[in-house]
Design a protein around this ligand. Structure first.
Ligand code: UDP
Length: 237
């Protein structure tokens, strides 16, 4: 399957058309951005690591009944995915308070939340991905009905339950993550985009060392080493 016209270029991926309108090729880039692209960088090999990590996690989630857009890995940095219309809502799922939540509500960093928190953010860089409530989502026509929002919340929680346990077995705490969903030509909601250390926070259970994009955000160094460690633990049986 060959890449045809570039359909979309995001901060970490490019999407290309293919000869089949139901399939797209996603290319994982080495670029890193933070703080709504105010901080920019690049890490050689990061795209290939995220492609491998996301492929493993999507396949694992598929075996647990989560429908995803992933068809197959093509090479180090490319995946074949099902064409879908991305719902412009970032579904953020949190187990532990950190990042923007601590800044917004003053909850001390590292506080374990009494229950899993699901937040919706508007996928709009120009607006800085603002937090949305249900009524905002409906007023902006981001989804058709309240039941679609319930489904996104249910899927976010279910993915969290599966991933939290998967990573706990690998001595990693799943602190929080962001997922995106798309709707395919038949109206099915599919997990899309990626799940990787770019979009999740992982802390080592023993040392609490950060093994995710916070290493880049906070200038801690060893970004690639951390992503390699996450892949190594995912591949460990
Ligand atoms: N996240 C993401 N893309 C975004 C915003 C957040 O992948 O545009 C992820 C982020 O990696 C973290 C979670 O969502 O795992 C919660 O991020 P937070 O709202 O704390 O954002 P930040 O601290 O990065 O502003």
């Amino acid at each position: 399957m060959d890449k045809h016209a570039l359909l979309y270029e995001g901060k970490a991926k490019r999407l290309y058309k293919t000869s089949d309108e139901n399939l797209l090729i996603a290319e994982f880039k080495d670029d890193l951005t933070a703080f709504n692209a105010e901080k920019k960088g690049s890490e050689l090999g990061k795209g290939a690591l995220n492609n491998k990590i996301s492929t493993q996690l999507f396949r694992m989630l598929e075996t647990k009944g989560i429908a995803t857009h992933l068809v197959k890995t093509l090479d180090d940095t490319h995946q074949l995915v099902k064409t879908c219309r991305i719902i412009p809502i970032e579904v953020v799922v949190r187990n532990i308070a950190t990042g923007s939540l601590t800044k917004r509500l003053g909850i001390p960093d590292g506080t374990e939340l009494p229950f899993t928190l699901v937040e919706f953010c508007y996928k709009d860089d120009a607006l800085g991905d603002p937090l949305l409530n249900d009524e905002h989502c409906l007023i902006l026509n981001l989804v058709k009905s309240e039941s679609d929002l319930e489904e996104l919340r249910r899927l976010g929680r279910e993915i969290n339950t599966i991933l939290k346990s998967f990573f706990a077995h690998r001595d990693l705490i799943l602190v929080d993550f962001k997922v995106e969903f798309g709707v395919d030509s038949e109206g099915n909601i599919l997990l899309a985009d990626e799940i990787s250390p770019d979009s999740c926070r992982f802390w080592d259970v023993h040392t609490k060392e950060k093994l995710d994009k916070d290493r880049f955000r906070q200038g801690l160094g060893s970004v690639k080493v951390a992503y390699e460690e996450v892949l190594k633990r995912i591949l460990a049986q």
